[in-house]
Write a protein that binds this ligand. Structure first.
Ligand code: TRP
Length: 455
């Protein structure tokens, strides 16, 4: 290996590359169906307001903490936490839990992404197209119950993401997200204009944006907080790892804020692409996977030029999912390559292989393994539960506590002002205060709810 390469650690080169990569991580399947369906079923505009507040009080402070600690140490998450923790305190375990979380999210996220990729190809043939949800439902069930299709698409997705990762941080991740993010925005605007100009589109818009205060309950608050967590890729060492590739002159709070706003814009546009069409054609606004894989294909097939728009919509979803998966895969790859001094090629190969093996339990959970129910859940649901309800909130909580209470204000101030070069004292003080007193309490509530669900 070239010795010059070993000395200097790879990182993002440009400001634009940093924004594109961080936004690429945040934007994902969460925007395409989690945000629209939660907003739709929780009171529209009032839910969006609550989501915004919890993004400011929970999401942003944790995102900024992860990035600043990653950038300080410039290493994988385990080494980062180990280096920053005083004495022999075991904070490196937070890095281990985060790395494990990213790996486990990949195990099931790649399966859903595989379905999205599969749909692009299925809809190339017009015979798959139908405006009848019963038919699209059959298409979806046939796919997830077929072990060969389910596995093959997941593995194709894994190989593709592995291909991007193996080329490195600046030559792989940065180069690709700079291409993918503009495509995503163009497609999204295109599809939402089509949807908004349908006759009857107003009904969908009012569904999405009319506040309905009667729908706000304790559960709504929790859903909003959980979403702000998942949306900004927190609690899984993802932002910490990306932070380690940030440039020293990057304004971290400003970047995090911009990414949050752009991510929100994508979510709103996705909502505007979906709901006007759903209502214009008289469909039910179903939630979860059914919305993305059963309702949407039928809705888009109903419109003029539907064939083109179905394909564009799934290309858009595939692009969004890919940026998120790249950030997830980078976490274990950075860890393996640095911890065990492996080349990037080897570390990627091992991680992708491990994901193919573990991932197959998620891919086959609707077919060959449908009878196996560890802890009463399918493998797919188990990985989702472990990460969303356990590892991510715990990781986020420990990150907030560590940053504010252990690492402390002087270090935070140094890192967020770029050693005093930025005049952002007021913002740093505000971020610190929220992080110390408000964020941990709110995350404990999310965690408690995830472990002891309603009823
Ligand atoms: N934010 C992505 C989405 O909305 C998902 C994601 C990527 C993620 N990396 C993560 C979620 C890390 C939690 C942790 O789809």
């Amino acid at each position: 290996m070239n010795s010059n390469k070993i000395k200097k650690r790879d990182g993002f080169r440009t400001n634009l590359g940093i924004i594109a990569a961080t936004l690429g991580s945040a934007v994902g399947l969460g925007n395409i169906w989690k945000f629209p369906s939660l907003t739709g079923s929780n009171g529209g505009a009032s839910f969006i307001m609550i989501y915004l507040v919890s993004t400011l009080l929970v999401g942003l402070p944790i995102m900024i903490s992860e990035i600043m600690m990653g950038r300080r140490v410039k290493a994988n998450a385990v080494t980062t936490m180990q280096t920053l923790s005083p004495g022999r305190q075991p904070w490196w375990l937070v890095g281990v839990a985060g790395t494990l979380a990213s790996f486990l999210i990949m195990v099931f996220y790649t399966e859903v992404a595989g379905w999205v990729y599969a749909y692009i190809f299925k809809f190339f043939s017009a015979s798959a197209l139908s405006n009848n949800p019963a038919v699209t439902s059959g298409l979806f069930l046939d796919m997830i119950k077929d072990p060969v299709q389910a596995l093959a698409w997941q593995w194709i997705v894994l190989l593709l993401v592995g291909f991007i990762i193996v080329s490195g941080v600046s030559n792989g991740i940065e180069k690709w997200v700079k291409k993918l993010m503009p495509i995503l925005f163009v497609l999204l605007i295109f599809v939402s204009i089509r949807s908004l100009t349908l006759p009857g589109a107003m009904k969908g818009l009012s569904f999405l944006f009319k506040p309905d205060l009667s729908k706000i309950t304790g559960i709504t608050l929790l859903a909003a907080m959980g979403l702000s967590f998942f949306k900004l890729s927190l609690g899984a060492a993802t932002m910490m790892t990306y932070g380690s590739y940030f440039r020293d002159d990057q304004n971290i709070p400003k970047t995090a804020f911009k990414v949050m706003l752009a991510d929100l814009t994508v979510s709103m546009l996705a909502g505007m692409a979906i709901f006007p069409a759903v209502f214009a054609f008289g469909f039910e606004a179903s939630a979860g996977p059914a919305l993305l894989f059963i309702t949407i294909p039928a809705v888009f097939a109903s419109m003029p030029m539907g064939h083109v728009f179905v394909i564009l919509f799934f290309v858009l979803a595939a692009v969004a999912a890919t940026g998120a998966m790249v950030s997830l895969l980078e976490v274990p790859v950075a860890f393996f390559s640095e911890q065990f001094k492996l080349s990037r090629e080897k570390a990627t190969f091992i991680t992708v292989l491990a994901l193919m093996i573990m991932g197959s339990t998620a891919a086959l959970s609707e077919s060959l393994l449908s009878g196996v129910k560890p802890f009463g859940m399918s493998f797919f649901d188990l990985y989702d539960f472990l990460t969303s309800n356990l590892l991510m909130p715990i990781g986020g909580l420990c990150t907030a506590i560590f940053a504010a209470w252990v690492w402390g204000f002087p270090e935070i101030k140094k890192e967020l002002s770029n050693q005093g070069a930025l005049g952002n004292q007021f913002y740093i003080k505000a971020i610190y205060t929220i992080l110390k007193w408000i964020t941990p309490i709110l995350v404990v509530i999310i965690l408690a709810n995830g472990l002891w669900p309603k009823g």
